[in-house]
Design a protein around this ligand. Structure first.
Ligand code: HEC
Length: 208
């Protein structure tokens, strides 16, 4: 959504924005049935970093725990207790739609690609961690973040991270386009075959 605002909606005229708002007010509110309360109403400040600070990290990075990953990659900006810093333009991770929604795709994408918005006065940007964190690490970290700062029943899975890293699930439109193209090829082939047969027939029936 942030990308839509950044690259598109902020360029709309006031009249268009008002028209969209007027239309939206006429459609009934919808929400994901799995969301049991407003997505920005979850979580609170939380820290269990004291137990990991000063301790040796595991030999393999894949074995790093949620608090270790959070401490190493997120806490400098979002702070040890996830409270962020409004003065510094750093959002808290609790009461945050990306951590409170039962669908965790936005959270995974924020970790993989970061959040880079332009032209809204802020020079602060979140870097992406796709190059540094493995699918397993993003999963461990994502689950730590939803567990403590967001909706604890919202889960991140390794398969989900792998799919999103590769660009997301294939769109139904792609499947429909493939089936349509295949159907057109079959129909064209049938027509060519039928025409070929019709052309050959007069030869067979020609008088000797
Ligand atoms: C260099 C500072 C920095 C680091 C490090 C950082 N973030 Fe962020 N993060 C930000 C900023 C700034 C924003 C807000 C961007 C905006 O809305 O313009 C943000 C936004 C977010 C959001 C909200 C995304 C959304 O779509 O609204 C989540 C969730 C998040 N960060 C999680 C994390 C996690 C998890 C880590 C650790 C891997 C992390 N961040 C590391 C600076 C950082």
């Amino acid at each position: 959504m942030a990308e839509a605002v950044d690259a598109s909606f902020r360029y709309l005229t006031t009249a268009d924005l008002e028209a969209i708002a007027t239309y939206l007010k006429t459609v009934p509110a919808r929400h994901d049935a799995a969301d049991s309360k407003p997505v920005d109403a979850w979580g609170a400040a939380y820290a269990d970093l004291a137990g990991v600070r000063g301790q040796a990290l595991p030999k393999t990075a894949a074995d790093m725990t949620g608090p270790q990953l959070y401490d190493a990659y997120c806490s400098t900006c979002h702070q040890a207790r996830g409270e962020g810093s409004f003065d510094g333009g750093l959002p808290p991770l609790f009461h945050n739609t990306a951590t409170g929604r039962s669908n965790t795709d936005n959270l995974v994408m924020a970790i993989l690609d970061g959040v880079q918005l332009h032209g809204h006065g802020s020079t602060l940007q979140m870097p992406g961690f796709a190059g540094e964190l493995s699918d397993q690490q993003v999963t461990t970290l994502g689950n730590y973040v939803t567990q403590h700062f967001g909706n604890p029943s919202a889960k991140v899975s390794v398969d989900q991270v792998r799919t999103l890293r590769a660009g997301g699930a294939a769109s139904h439109l792609v499947l429909i386009a493939r089936v349509t193209v295949a159907a057109i090829i079959v129909i064209l082939a049938a027509i060519v075959l039928a025409l070929g047969r019709r052309r050959r027939r007069p030869h067979a029936e020609a008088p000797h």
